[in-house]
Write a protein that binds this ligand. Structure first.
Ligand code: NAD
Ligand code: MG
Length: 385
């Protein structure tokens, strides 16, 4: 049996936990190189000890003393700060699971890509912001990029063995989130607690809010545009409340291939961990008779303008997706902190996008500078609010 090495960036999050749950079940097949978190020093130290990691890193340097204390005597290297995060991502690993939330994951994800091995990408904001800068690095280093996001993982599976030139369209399914059937008046009064209660998936707070605004689907449209370059006009979105069909590919002969599965991220994560093989997961098998009905409907861009804004940013290209992503990250944080109304998130993103039109980024440093300036401008808007 060959033992593969793995690094999990964002090990204490929802995707990180699902990944480590799968690794735990096949412990002898994996050697854990590095595990990272933003802070959560106790949890990170517990995981690093359990999996015998070589290195544990907290992105927030203020959390390093706690991590060091928790790892004392373990022989595991404890590091803190943004540079240490990149250092961990650059340690040789057969597979890197990029599961940090937000553009904060961009630099370490790029460091992992530069190894020229395999990167399983959950951190969609990194690809949305960096766009061509990231796909060019993937090509230049001969890296295998496997999509963890359930929709993209579904599309990746439906495309396997087929010539992309035969694709007529790709359809991303969207659950529609917890506010799918809410009126605009109700949306304006939506609270953070309501927004993070997703009907089908258990996820981190940021992606849960994105799911409620439909920015998640919009970001995924941009993600799909980079991963599967069939042209934006061939990318569609359909609302599918049951989250059973994870996405589909329609071919020119009229055949549509779909991937179905339980709404459990361990399924797409397992497909990346085992790729190109398959592995067992503890997930319940799909019971279609019990589910009974699969329904589909068109998205409503009046109540949920996010998908329209994301499509526009993708069409505009250049820096627009990075600006959109940064504004959304600031707006979501402000909503979660009770500073702005739910419906203000999309309004803020549209305002920042309209006023800040920097030149297209050509390097990682450019993307980070655009992200940072877009955040400053978004925060300024919050103060004027
Ligand atoms: P989460 O909030 O549960 O976990 C995020 C992880 O990133 C944690 O380990 C956290 O410590 C770390 N982190 C947070 N801020 C950081 C920072 N500034 N610097 C370094 N590390 C930081 O998030 P999640 O739900 O696991 O999502 C992770 C990524 O995967 C997101 O990009 C999300 O869009 C994507 N994704 C998640 C799901 C899901 O079901 N949760 C599905 C598809 C895609
Ligand atoms: Mg998804």
């Amino acid at each position: 049996m060959t033992v593969r090495s793995i690094t999990v960036l964002g090990a204490t999050g929802s995707i990180g936990a699902s990944t480590l749950d799968l690794i735990r079940r096949e412990r002898d097949k994996w050697r854990v190189v590095a595990l990272t978190a933003n802070c959560q020093a106790q949890e990170l130290a517990r995981l690093a000890r359990e999996f015998g990691a070589e290195m544990a890193v907290v992105a927030d340097p203020a959390c390093l003393p706690e991590l060091e204390a928790a790892l004392q005597g373990s022989g595991i290297r404890a590091l803190g700060g943004a540079e240490a995060l990149v250092e961990a991502a650059a340690l040789p690993a057969d597979l890197t699971l990029a599961a940090i939330v937000g553009c904060a994951g961009l630099a370490p994800t790029m460091a992992a890509i530069e190894q020229g091995r395999t990167v399983a990408l959950a951190n969609k904001e990194a690809l949305v912001s960096a766009g061509d800068v990231m796909t060019a690095a993937v090509a230049a280093h001969g890296t295998t990029l496997l999509p963890v996001d359930s929709e993209h993982n579904a599309i990746f599976q439906c495309l396997a063995g087929n010539d992309p030139a035969h694709v007529r369209s790709i359809t991303l399914t969207a659950s529609g989130g917890p506010f799918r059937d809410w009126t605009l008046e109700q949306l304006a009064a939506a609270t953070p607690a309501q927004a993070v209660k997703h009907p089908n998936w258990s996820m981190g707070a940021k992606i849960s809010v994105d799911s409620a605004t439909m920015f998640n689907k919009g970001l995924e449209l941009i993600e799909a545009h980079h991963l599967f370059p069939v042209g934006l006009d061939r990318l569609r979105i359909v609302v599918h409340p049951q989250s059973v069909v994870h996405s589909m590919v329609e071919y020119r002969d009229g055949s549509t291939l779909a991937q179905l599965g339980p709404s459990d991220m361990r399924v797409p994560i397992a497909s990346c961990l085992a790729w190109p093989e398959r592995m067992d997961t503890p997930c319940d098998p799909l019971n279609l008779a019990a589910i009974g009905e699969l329904t589909f409907r068109a998205p409503d861009e009046v109540r949920f303008p996010a998908t329209r804004l994301c499509r526009q940013a993708a069409e505009q290209g250049g820096a627009a997706p990075a600006v959109l992503n940064a504004a959304n990250e600031v707006a979501v944080a402000a909503f979660l902190a009770g500073q702005i109304a739910f419906t203000r998130i999309a309004v803020m993103v549209e305002e920042v996008l309209a006023r800040y039109v920097p030149a297209a980024p050509v390097s990682l440093a450019d993307v980070i500078a655009i992200d940072s300036e877009a955040r400053n401008r978004s925060r300024l808007l919050l103060e004027l609010n």
